[in-house]
Write a new protein. Structure first.
Length: 203
């Protein structure tokens, strides 16, 4: 990294450039942009970052939340019979934006990926099973990305859940092979959820 005349600016540039997709030149432009802001705006920006330390994982679905229970899980008007299994927060946002699903979610926190050192025990699979055992769940919808890792995780979940009295379904293949859920357009994703199919038909 090129050393600038200010150690403070250097540190800020290093912090921005540590973010994914942000190179040093872009980081420097962002820092210079902030420096043109009013002091109050910079303080507000810094405060919003600091407040990330106060975030929780929802104790029910493991979505990010400001409180112990997220707004979705706290909503009594949602359908408690359905749990949609997703990889992360971005997938929750993508599915919510379709307005086609009114159940609850379960955020696994990733997918099985041996090459990345991520196995079943690194995901919230046991927590999902516990939810099913202690709730009125009738259907588990697996809405993971249609990648090799996503399909592997789907199959693992199916084997774990097939003996429970719940319907196991997966989103329709309107989502292209190899696509990640959060990059799929809302119309296509919405139709894939509505037209979901029993998982065993995909085997």
């Amino acid at each position: 990294m090129q050393q600038l005349s200010s150690k403070i600016v250097n540190k800020a540039v290093a912090s921005f450039s540590s973010l994914p997709g942000i190179g040093e030149k872009t980081a420097l432009r962002l820092v210079l942009h902030l420096l043109r802001k009013d002091k109050e705006d910079i303080v507000s920006f810094a405060s919003s970052i600091e407040q990330l330390l106060d975030l929780h994982y929802c104790s029910k679905c493991y979505n990010l939340s400001d409180t112990d229970i997220c707004e979705i899980c706290a909503n009594p008007n949602r359908d408690e019979a359905k749990i949609c299994v997703v990889e992360d927060l971005l997938d929750v946002i993508a599915i919510e934006n379709t307005t086609q699903f009114n159940g609850y979610y379960h955020v696994l926190g990733g997918v099985i990926s041996p090459i990345d050192g991520i196995g079943p025990n690194d995901l919230r699979i046991n927590e999902l099973i516990e939810r099913i055992e202690n709730s009125n769940t009738e259907e588990v919808i697996m809405a993971l990305s249609t990648t090799l890792e996503g399909d592997t995780t789907n199959f693992y979940l199916y084997k774990k859940l097939k003996n429970y009295p719940v319907k196991i379904s997966t989103i329709a293949r309107g989502v292209g092979i190899g696509d990640e859920i959060n990059y799929t357009d809302e119309v296509t994703l919405g139709k894939s959820i509505v037209n979901r199919i029993p998982f065993e038909k995909t085997l």
